[in-house]
Design a protein around this ligand. Sequence first.
Ligand SMILES: Nc1ncnc2c1ncn2[C@@H]1O[C@H](COP(=O)(O)OP(=O)(O)OP(=O)(O)O)[C@@H](O)[C@H]1O
Ligand code: SF4
Ligand SMILES: [Mg+2]
Length: 323
Amino acid sequence: MKELLVMNHITMDFHVKKQLFSSLIIRAVDDVSLKLEGGESIGIVGESGSGKTTLGRLALRLLKPTGGDLLFRGQDITRASEANLKVFRRQAQGIFQDPFASIDPFMNVHQILEEPLLIHRVGSQDVRRELISQALKEVKLTPVNDFLPRYTHTLSGGQRQRVAVGRALILRPDFILADEPVSMIDASSRAEILYLFKELQEKHGISFLYVTHDIATAGYFCRQMAVMYLGKIVEFGRTSSLIRKPHHPYTQALIRAVPSPDPSNRTHERLVISGESPSPIKPPPGCRFHPRCPNFIVGKCDVKLPQMVAVGEDHSTACYLYP
Ligand SMILES: Nc1ncnc2c1ncn2[C@@H]1O[C@H](COP(=O)(O)OP(=O)(O)OP(=O)(O)O)[C@@H](O)[C@H]1O
Ligand code: SF4
Ligand SMILES: [Mg+2]
């Protein structure tokens, strides 16, 4: 399948003012390369602060990378101006944890869905009304006329997220970044939204980058997965292979930390990753995971950064345990 979004050695440094004349550099994303094909879904998983949201914002070009290149449909958009990003802004949409944080609370569902159509000058009033109605049906907010006049504070968490999905869909995008889209809603709505994503992806062939700290939901929805640690991808592979046979000690620990659905296993002690994730201001030398790694090889892991190596078909990891 054709590559839709390509990230080549992308780096993102944030300069944070420390005192009047000095600043600190936070390398939130460090030399990340990723290819998302048409109709594909990649899960970006990792602990808090690993750089997932920053990577997602870079993919949507809401941030300009400080290093590397970003290509969409073969076109270099790394440093493109907003005027030159017009088509991209239509084809690439985002769904976030709190979908209406930046939306006027006095807008009703009709206005929320109509806004992107107005921004991109799509259709007459009648055409827009029809597109809004279609989008609400697709996200299963029916009867449509009951939902159109409602304000978001009158909706449940699951319904609010459905409106956000409808708003993302209305411009018929090729690519959706979903950043923790189900982490604030109850378990049954969570399953329904994930099911809806799958359905929409199959129906419209939309490509997804699905950002989450929850490897289990990413495992359900994504065909491929990238595991991030302190700004770097440490393991990448097909979900089936990565979950069944995780290679990197960090991925292994993330998978062991997932609660078992079998109630008889709930009493077993779950292994969690010991220690805090180090600061990206001063990352540890060598393998960034070495201060927390149970397999740490002295004089090797703490000296040089391991590179990604193939450990299976479409499966690679950056760890010295694999030659
Ligand atoms: N605008 C910013 N200015 C300075 N530092 C930032 C900025 N945005 C992110 N960071 C830092 O970059 C690092 C990665 O942050 P990011 O939000 O991408 O992580 P995350 O994996 O999404 O975490 P979480 O799971 O908590 O959402 C963190 O150390 C964060 O403090
Ligand atoms: S390179 Fe070394 S420290 Fe890093 S994950 Fe592998 S064994 Fe652990
Ligand atoms: Mg985040």
